[in-house]
Design a protein around this ligand. Structure first.
Ligand code: GLC
Ligand code: CA
Length: 551
């Protein structure tokens, strides 16, 4: 059956893996059109290899009109011609496997693009037809159906309903979209939709894909019983939980779907793996991360945690408990393609309102770039020493900051464009990577970059850091190499420190990690230093520094 990876068949490889997220349009451009592509990724495999990764995760590279950065998929089983071909994908996969790097692809099952053949059929079809039943079409309210069927709100637009006429439909119905109007939600109560996604998963698994990242994994099932329930505010699933009975998300029926997926994954050797993007209450996470369902679920708690000892410790303790419940492993992440880069968050006064700051193009308050990058590195070494897998977002290894001053006419993100401009959007972390200090698009390609790169990118480029072991890139490379050797049982032990701003833990093999968050400087415990995110000063650990050592 499946082509299997040429490397180890360890079934548990994912439990403590380092997974590097590639946003393909912004990684490397092989043909000078300003858009990153699959051949670009293949050309940078030596770079990925030097990072000592276990896997890469590719954000969507499928045909898309880019209404939402590729998360509006027009064809789940093809490659966008601007990014390459299926043959390019196969080549990338084969080359990655040759050097022992596995590959995750992004599956977007909650919604398609409005350009998907099914949605085009649905728009042309009549109310009540099989074609419409693959999506969520309803009659409107009001005398002439001129009002949306419910008060549901969308992530990117005021209403989660758009009148079909906006897409050329002629039957006076509305269709539902939790994100942009160009992202109509599938009707997951329709078996045909379930089967279609099983076919898609099999398509990629048969090609040799090792894992799947499941976009908005909590939203596939909705309460579509009539009359549709009212939900005038954004459903706050993370804060209070809903016991599996949310209106638009986190419903118990979801797990039946994922159990079927799991059966499919387990037909492969080694079994295919998956990680859920589920923004739900921590109590619900084990359901997504169970060995019977997707196996892992992202833990986003560090993304919003201030760089501060007590909250870091609390996070770790909570997450370990949750993982224990379902025998999953933890998943740590500080950044991704939806978030302000963490170096920036950590260089900004925590009291600053980040939304407003971003809208001011980063001018309303000063950003301390150097200390942001330093704290970010300390945070990275902290999470890399924890049990579980770590998801690294492209560019964070360079200590990159958010690009805050993208001019309005170049903004691509619907979060800004559709959301009444109340959020600057996510383009600032999706700016093409700087590979060189100079030249067209800092070495990203030979023909510019699809989002503007600032001058300061020169200092953060791969070239500027390549031969400096103390640089952010140098530190990531060494830490990830060390981590491979040090990884051990998924347990930690906390050690007392003399300062509340200092956290110290160790793993069962004597691998110690100590982080000084804020204390002026802290005496280095006895042991052999393996790596330090920032140089020690007179044998002491300066603030914003993590040290790994062996006893
Ligand atoms: C996920 C993606 C995000 C996208 C959204 C809709 O949250 O990470 O980028 O906008 O889903 O697909
Ligand atoms: Ca290109």
């Amino acid at each position: 059956m499946s082509k299997s990876a040429s490397h180890s068949k360890d079934k548990n490889w994912w439990r403590q893996a380092t997974v590097y997220q590639i946003y393909p349009r912004s990684f490397a451009d092989s043909n000078g059109d300003g858009i990153g592509d699959l051949k670009g990724v293949t050309s940078r495999i030596p770079y990925l290899q030097k990072l000592n990764l276990d896997a890469v995760w590719l954000s969507p590279f499928y045909p898309s009109a880019l209404a939402d950065g590729g998360y509006d998929v027009a064809d789940y089983r093809d490659v966008d011609p601007r990014l390459g071909t299926l043959a390019d994908f196969d080549e990338l996969l084969a080359e990655l496997h040759k050097v022992g790097i596995r590959i995750f692809v992004d599956i977007v099952p909650n919604h398609s693009s409005n350009l998907h053949v099914w949605f085009k059929e649905a728009i042309d079809a009549k109310p009540g037809s099989a074609a419409r039943n693959r999506y969520i079409f309803r009659d409107g309210k009001g005398v002439n159906g001129e009002l949306p069927p419910t008060d549901w709100v969308s992530h990117f637009a005021p209403s989660a309903w758009t009148h079909e006429s906006a897409m050329g439909g002629k039957h006076n119905q509305w269709y539902m979209h939790w994100f942009a109007p160009e992202q109509p939600d599938f009707n997951w109560n329709n078996r045909e939709v379930e089967d279609e996604f099983l076919t898609t998963l099999k398509f990629w698994a048969d090609r040799g894909v090792d894992g799947f990242r499941i976009d908005v994994a909590h939203a596939l099932k909705k309460d579509l019983s009539e009359p549709l329930r009212s939900l005038p505010v954004f459903e706050d699933l993370e804060q209070r939980g809903n016991k599996g009975k949310g209106v638009l998300a986190d419903r118990n029926e979801l797990f039946q779907i994922y159990k079927e997926w799991r059966k499919l994954f387990n037909q492969y050797d080694p079994p295919r793996v998956a990680v859920a993007e589920a923004n739900v209450h921590p109590d619900r996470v084990p359901l997504y991360a169970s060995a019977k369902t997707l196996g892992q679920s992202f833990d986003f708690r560090f993304i919003d945690t201030p760089f501060e000892a007590s909250s870091y410790k609390e996070n770790v303790q909570d997450a370990l408990k949750v993982a224990e419940k379902n025998k999953s492993s933890c998943t740590w992440a500080l950044s991704n393609h939806d978030q302000i880069r963490h170096a920036t968050k950590m260089g900004l006064n925590p009291a600053v309102n980040r939304k407003a700051w971003m809208l001011s193009n980063g001018t309303s308050h000063p950003l301390d770039m150097a200390s942001g990058t330093q704290n970010a590195l300390a945070a990275t070494l902290f999470i890399l020493a924890l049990p579980g897998s770590t998801y690294v977002y492209q560019g964070e290894e360079l200590g990159l900051h958010e690009v805050t001053d993208i001019p309005e006419n170049q903004i691509q993100d619907p979060q800004y464009l559709r959301n009444n401009k109340i959020e600057k959007g996510r383009d600032g972390c999706r700016v093409p990577l700087p590979w060189k200090k100079t030249g067209s698009s800092f070495g990203f390609g030979t023909g510019g970059a699809h989002l503007p790169q600032p001058q300061w990118f020169a200092d953060y480029s791969v070239e500027a850091q390549e031969s400096d072991a103390q640089s952010s890139l140098g530190t990531y490379r060494q830490a990830l190499a060390l981590r491979k050797k040090l990884v051990t049982e998924e347990k930690i032990k906390w050690h007392k420190t003399k300062d509340v701003s200092v956290l110290h833990f160790s793993r069962p093999n004597g691998w110690h990690c100590i982080t000084n968050f804020r204390a002026i400087s802290y005496p280095m415990p006895k042991g052999k230093v393996l790596i330090s995110s920032h140089p020690l000063q007179d044998g002491k650990i300066p603030a914003g520094t993590t040290v790994w050592f062996k006893k």
